[in-house]
Design a protein around this ligand. Structure first.
Ligand SMILES: NC(=O)c1ccc[n+]([C@@H]2O[C@H](COP(=O)([O-])OP(=O)(O)OC[C@H]3O[C@@H](n4cnc5c(N)ncnc54)[C@H](OP(=O)(O)O)[C@@H]3O)[C@@H](O)[C@H]2O)c1
Length: 328
C-alpha cells in the first residue's frame, strides 16, 4: 500500500516519506479500513516534530489519528456484517505505529464508528479529535443548557465545532473570541451571538458587557498559557474554565477570586476519554450527523504525496478549519 511514514522526529520536509509499505492484516477484534481521507491535527504535527519527545515511540510511525474510509476486512470475532461499512476513526495513531496516512489501517473495531452516507469522508476525517474534543468541552461537567459560554478561538477546528455543539445543547448566550473579521464571520455562522476580537479589544470588559455584567458561566479555552490568567475575571460565580489546549507548558490562576467565586478548572485530552464519556459523545455526534445540520470546515485537501505541505499548513496556523490528506 501507499503510506506516509517517518523514522525520526524533525521538520516535516526532512522526515516525512511517502512510499510502499506492507498491507496490514486485521488481528482478532480488529477491522481493516480502506482509508479515503486522513485528518491532520496539531497533535500529529507536534508528535512528528518531536515536540512531545524527540525519541521515536516506534521504529517507524505512520501519522494521523483521525480518518475515514470503508471496512474491507474483519478480524476474528468481528461481525462480518461490518464489511463495506463507511466509518470514521479515532486514536489510530495514539500509542500505535500505524495511523491513517496510508491506504489501509487495521485497528480495534470499536475505533471505527459508522459514518452516515450523506457525510463525506473528508468530513469524517475531522471527527475523532476536533468534533469529539468540542463535544466533551461542551457536554461535560453539567453541560451548557441555559448558560453563557465563551469559546476562545471560535474559528479554530475545535472552536468551530464547540460553538455548534454549545448551540445544540442549549447555551443561552454564545460568545467567541477571534482575531479577524473573517474569523468572526466563521464563528457567527457556527452559532456565535457575539464575537470579541481578543487582539484589539479588552476581552474581559466586552464579555462582562455582553453577559449583563455577570461574567460567563463557562470558558472553553484553546490557549491556557495565553488566556488562563484572566479566566477568574471572565467567569461568573460557579463558573468553569474548561481547558483543552495551551501554547506553553505552564499558566497561573489567582487563587482568591477562584475561592471567592467557587470557580472550577477542568482539563482533558480527547485520547483518554473514559469509555462512558466517549460513548455519550459518540451518540450525540451520531444524532448531529444524522440530522445533517452539523457544518464541517475543511480548509484544505491535499493528496498523500503532499503530506509535508499539509503538516506545514497546520504548523503555520494559517488554515481556518481542518486540513485533510486524501488517499487514492
Ligand atoms: N486536549 C485535547 O484533547 C485537544 C484536542 C484537540 C486540540 N487540542 C489542542 O488545541 C489547540 C487547537 O487545536 P485546533 O485543531 O482547534 O487548532 P486550530 O484549528 O489551529 O485552531 C486554533 C484557533 O485558536 C485561535 N487562537 C490561537 N491563539 C489564541 C488565543 N491566545 N486566544 C484565542 N484564540 C486563539 C486561532 O486563531 P488566531 O491565531 O487567529 O487567533 C485558531 O482559530 C492545539 O494546541 C491542539 O493541540 C487539544
Amino acid at each position: 500500500m501507499q503510506a506516509a511514514y517517518y523514522e525520526a522526529t524533525g521538520a516535516a520536509r526532512e522526515v516525512l516519506r511517502v512510499g510502499e509499505l506492507a498491507d496490514p492484516a486485521p488481528g482478532p477484534g480488529e477491522v481493516r479500513v480502506r482509508v479515503h481521507a486522513s485528518g491532520v491535527n496539531p497533535s500529529d504535527v507536534k508528535s512528528r516534530a518531536g515536540l512531545r519527545s524527540r525519541q521515536m515511540p516506534f521504529a517507524r510511525v505512520t501519522p494521523h489519528s483521525d480518518g475515514a474510509g470503508v471496512i474491507d476486512r474483519v478480524g476474528a470475532g468481528v461481525d462480518a456484517a461490518r464489511l463495506g461499512e463507511r466509518v470514521w476513526l479515532w486514536n489510530a495513531a495514539w500509542g500505535r505505529p500505524g495511523g491513517t496516512a496510508a491506504q489501509y489501517v487495521a485497528l480495534p473495531a470499536r475505533q471505527a464508528v459508522r459514518l452516515p452516507d450523506a457525510v463525506s469522508f473528508e468530513a469524517g476525517a475531522c471527527l475523532g479529535i476536533p468534533a469529539l474534543t468540542a463535544l466533551r468541552a461542551v457536554q461535560g461537567w453539567g453541560g451548557v443548557a441555559g448558560r453563557t459560554v465563551l469559546v476562545q478561538g471560535g474559528a479554530g477546528a475545535v472552536g468551530h465545532y464547540a460553538l455548534q455543539f454549545a448551540r445544540r445543547l442549549g447555551a443561552a448566550t454564545l460568545l467567541a473570541s477571534v482575531s479577524s473579521a473573517d474569523k468572526a464571520a466563521v464563528a457567527r455562522a457556527a452559532g456565535a451571538d457575539e464575537c470579541i476580537d481578543y487582539r484589539r479589544e479588552d476581552i474581559v470588559a466586552r464579555a462582562r458587557q455582553l453577559s449583563g455584567g455577570r461574567g460567563v458561566d463557562r470558558v472553553i479555552e484553546v490557549d491556557a498559557a495565553a488566556n488562563g490568567a484572566r479566566a477568574a475575571e471572565l467567569l461568573a460565580p460557579q463558573g468553569e474554565l474548561v481547558v483543552y489546549g495551551s501554547g506553553a507548558a505552564n499558566f497561573s490562576l489567582p487563587v482568591f477570586p477562584m475561592l471567592a467565586n467557587n470557580l472550577s478548572l477542568h482539563a482533558f485530552i480527547v485520547y483518554h476519554l473514559p469509555d462512558a464519556v466517549r460513548a455519550a459523545c459518540e451518540a450525540m455526534l451520531a444524532a448531529a450527523l444524522a440530522d445533517g445540520t452539523l457544518q464541517h470546515r475543511i480548509a484544505a485537501t491535499l493528496p498523500l504525496a503532499r503530506i509535508a505541505e499539509a503538516h506545514e499548513l497546520v504548523e503555520s496556523g494559517a488554515a481556518v478549519g481542518n486540513v485533510v490528506v486524501t488517499l487514492e
